[in-house]
Design a protein around this ligand. Structure first.
Ligand SMILES: [Zn+2]
Length: 255
């Protein structure tokens, strides 16, 4: 069995913002407390992180994640990468640098921004090993393996990587999918997809667009993530068809 947990489903500022701004969210509903987007995949002994958000320490503790074997990065934005330094205790635990996988541009930029994590310096020793993400990737540990497909999706001015594994697709930051990649997204059990807000946005699907993609790809279930402060959990739950659900922090899906 593969278990995927949405560690965070908030937009780049999370909710509430650092200024305690909640927008249209009902602050009494705990599902509206959203940390920045990241996810965790568990299968047998394998423990894989998607992205290292600025909230990664809280996310790992809240979800009682004891180990991390590797990290897959969707893209280089700060809300997906800036928690990378928090991986240090897992480096000590594993006694070897943690493998990360990222597309060419993302890997280059992460290596530049967090050079001390890769090369050491200023008193730090290297804790991360960078690997180029290919279209297909197999992560193995003992008798367990997960096969990932990866391809680039549009995310405003940049490209992000989508991950597909065990009939799950994770597209947390996306405003367009190339037609040629639809074949990678057929027969899904879960489509986890960017749905930033009600109004259109240049880098993210809005609610109408996320619903359109769901209708086109027809997964068994669609989970909306990267939710901004205008998308209240109960509002979404009440107004969406049953097969399209808003994510919440800590939501686990078993496959
Ligand atoms: Zn982004």
């Amino acid at each position: 069995m593969t278990k995927i947990t949405i560690l965070g489903c908030g937009s780049s500022l999370g909710s509430p913002w650092i200024t305690n701004y909640w927008g249209k969210l009902n602050k009494k509903n705990k599902f509206n407390f959203r940390t920045r987007c990241s996810a965790h995949i568990k299968k047998g002994d394998l423990s894989i992180l998607i992205d290292t958000s600025p909230d990664i320490k809280k996310q790992i503790l809240d979800n009682k994640i004891k180990n991390i074997d590797c990290v897959l990065y969707t893209h280089e934005h700060a809300d997906q990468t800036s928690g990378i330094f928090e991986l240090r205790p897992f480096f000590w635990k594993n006694k070897k640098p943690i493998d990360i996988y990222a597309n060419k541009k993302c890997l280059k930029l992460i290596k530049e921004k967090y050079d001390y994590c890769f090369y050491g310096g200023g008193g730090y020793i290297p804790i991360i090993k960078g690997n180029l993400l290919k279209n297909s990737l197999i992560i193995k540990k003992k008798n367990t393996e997960i096969k990932f497909k990866s391809f680039l999706i549009n995310h405003g001015l940049i490209k992000a990587s989508a991950f597909v594994f065990d009939k799950v697709a994770y597209l947390s930051d996306c405003n367009g999918i190339n037609k040629k990649d639809y074949k990678n997204l057929s027969n899904l059990k879960y489509l986890i997809i960017d749905c930033l807000k009600i109004n259109p946005h240049p880098s993210h699907f809005n609610l109408d667009q996320a619903i359109q993609v769901s209708n086109l790809l027809k997964p068994k279930k669609t989970i909306l993530t990267n939710l901004h402060t205008d998308l209240d959990y109960n509002f979404l739950k009440k107004n969406l068809p049953k097969h399209i659900r808003p994510a919440y922090d800590g939501l686990s899906l078993n496959i």
